[in-house]
Ligand binder design. Structure first.
Ligand code: RB5
Length: 147
């Protein structure tokens, strides 16, 4: 499974931690940056990861900013992205089972590294339930395509 990860300066430290964790778990990880704590703009990284996921270059994406909120807002502007800001494993599980989320965003300023690891592990291990939820996800896509 190939993952794209990215962050801004406020998510840099947690992104580094999560990337190392994912590599240790055996995932192929592409890190689009940022690579320092110098101030940058989170939409630049949300766009890169979102476009990789939407194009099928990545199976899933992980984005980290201070709150995770801006990353989710920006990534969701890419057609085909279903990005969710997640603070615990239960929501990570639900976002996959019911929403077929393809990007998880994390809060670098509010989420402990061990919790972040557990969130991404749960996110990546949980399958979409399909069935009645497929119809609902299709309706989300229809909003993108039909306006
Ligand atoms: C940067 O200060 C902060 O606004 C950003 O990391 C993120 O939390 C935005 O949603």
């Amino acid at each position: 499974m190939r993952l794209y990860v990215g962050s801004d300066h406020a998510g840099f430290a947690l992104k580094e931690h999560v990337r190392e964790h994912l590599e240790h778990e055996g995932y192929e990880v592409v890190d689009v940056g940022t690579h320092t704590e110098e101030s940058v703009d989170y939409p630049d990284f949300a766009r890169q990861v979102g476009e990789a996921v939407a194009a099928g270059d990545a199976d899933y994406g992980v984005l980290v900013c201070g709150s995770g909120l801006g990353m989710a807002i920006a990534a969701n502007k890419v057609d085909g992205v279903r990005a969710v800001q997640v603070m615990d494993t239960e929501m990570a599980k639900m976002s996959r089972m019911h929403n077929d989320a393809n990007i998880v965003t994390l809060a670098g300023r509010y989420t402990e590294p061990e919790i972040a690891d557990a969130i991404v592990d749960t996110f990546l291990a949980t399958a979409f339930e399909g069935g009645r939820h497929q119809n609902r996800v299709d309706k989300i896509a229809a909003i993108e395509h039909e306006g």
